[in-house]
Design a binder for this molecule. Structure first.
Ligand code: NZQ
Ligand code: ZN
Length: 395
């Protein structure tokens, strides 16, 4: 295990009906609030009205940044930062999924940044400036953005979707009420769960030796997602299923399973190009790519890790490691399919015409060529994209 810091200070308020705590939380930071939200789901579920009621009773001065897109755009970040500067906003309140929270993070930082918001994003993880305090109310279990310092912003003009982040962007407080995810539809529930699975898988498949704690936590979280996503799909208002998905989302990407295990992620850099060029749902892109990446990465050197994945996550009984490994990959593929995720790229409108360009960008925007579990050059990325054109069979 490598050295690491773990200092994730987000104050988590998990559970039912805790919005009465919002005024006290916001008052720590000031009275002028920018509320950030997406395309209207929070109005449909009545959450917007509940939040506004609290803010009104608390005497907050409220400004709004509405219409944050899935795969949030830099233009929206600029709009939000302009409001914060002009109105001297004290605190940003994000109410929504990962896109809303990510947008709010970069709004909070861009307000303090002397330059254009896209230049801030281009600093990637090196931004050391300040940010307005951020409070979040999560409505979709997926990204872990509610308890991490990362954000992913898209620039559709340049076909770039880039991760950025800094300590200053870590949410101060996050409200996690599973009831707020009852209304998430089947497609987004499955996609969100695939994203959680992917975060765990990305951290699990690293070359670092001796990480039993991180890997056992990951295996347990994966089993929890595998169990609870189908329940949430069938019974959207099953509180415990939604609660387990929500807490898994948070723990999958707050450092718990990844710290001490350096190295590049493999599927996220490939997926970010799919959504940069085709604006697809992040979790769906990951579900399509991951089993094909696994097949590419499986070899005599990596087989032990894949066999552990099959045995400990899927309960595969086959004891021959290579055979078990292949069965584990097949289980993952079948699971995503059973959750209703389209499992080929053409089904989400992607054909091979841009594979070369996307493969080039995936390598250029990350360190997968040198630091991934199995190094991936442009030819490898293209081969993985190509394998996603048709249905697959692994065992
Ligand atoms: O926009 P609204 O109307 O709110 O609708 C959203 C959106 O259409 C809807 N939704 C959210 N909560 C709902 C709901 N619909 C009904 N009921 C609710 N309670 O779901 C749709 C998708 O929302 P979005 O926020 O885009 O989803 P998600 O949470 O999956 O976020 C995806 C974004 O996060 C980035 C992704 O790349 C993508 O841009 N990521 C962020 C990470 C991070 N900050 O750590 C890590 C991830 O790997 C990921 O890259
Ligand atoms: Zn993700």
């Amino acid at each position: 295990m490598e050295n690491f810091d773990f200092h994730v200070t987000t104050d988590i308020r998990f559970g039912k009906d805790r919005l009465a705590e919002l005024p006290e939380v916001l008052n720590q930071f000031g009275k002028k609030v920018l509320i950030v939200y997406g395309g209207g789901s929070i109005k449909k579920i009545g959450l917007y009205d509940k939040v506004m009621e609290q803010l009104k009773a608390n005497g907050n001065e409220v400004f709004e940044l509405a219409g944050v897109e899935p795969n949030p755009r830099v233009e929206t970040v600029r709009r939000g930062a302009d409001i914060c500067r002009k109105e001297k906003v004290d605190v940003v309140l994000a109410v929504g999924g990962g896109s809303t929270i990510d947008c709010a993070k970069v709004v909070a930082a861009a307000t303090k940044f002397d330059g254009d918001a896209w230049d801030l994003v281009l600093q990637r993880r090196k931004y050391t400036g300040g940010a307005l305090p951020l409070v979040t109310i999560l409505t979709l279990a997926a990204t872990g953005s509610e308890m991490n310092s990362g954000a992913v912003i898209s620039n559709l003009d340049t076909h770039q979707k880039l991760g950025t982040g800094s300590k200053a962007m870590l949410p101060k407080v996050s409200f996690l009420d599973p009831q707020n995810t009852f209304s998430v539809n089947k497609y987004q529930t499955a996609a969100g769960s695939a994203d959680i699975m992917s975060h765990l898988i990305e951290n699990y498949f690293k070359q670092t030796e001796g990480t039993d704690v991180q890997d056992s936590v990951s295996e347990g979280l994966m089993r929890s997602v595998i169990k609870n996503c189908p329940i949430a799909l069938k019974y959207p208002e099953d509180y415990d299923a939604r609660a387990n998905l929500m807490w898994a989302s948070t723990l999958a990407l707050n450092g718990l399973t990844g710290n001490g295990k350096p190295g590049a992620w493999s599927c996220h850099p490939m997926e970010h190009e799919l959504s940069a060029f085709y604006d697809i749902t992040h979790g769906v892109g990951l579900a399509i790519l991951t089993p094909r990446w696994m097949e590419y990465a499986l070899n005599d050197e990596t087989v032990d890790k894949f066999a552990s994945f099959a045995w400990n996550v899927w309960g595969v009984e086959e004891r021959v490691p290579m055979m078990a490994a292949r069965m584990g990959i097949q289980k993952l593929y079948d699971y995503f399919k059973a959750c209703g995720i389209p499992m080929t790229l053409p089904e989400v409108g992607i054909e091979e015409e841009k594979f070369d360009e996307m493969a080039k960008q995936a390598v250029a925007h990350s360190t997968i060529k040198t630091d991934a579990f199995v190094p991936l050059d442009e030819a490898a990325v293209k081969a993985i994209y190509t394998a996603c054109l048709t249905e697959s069979s692994f065992d």
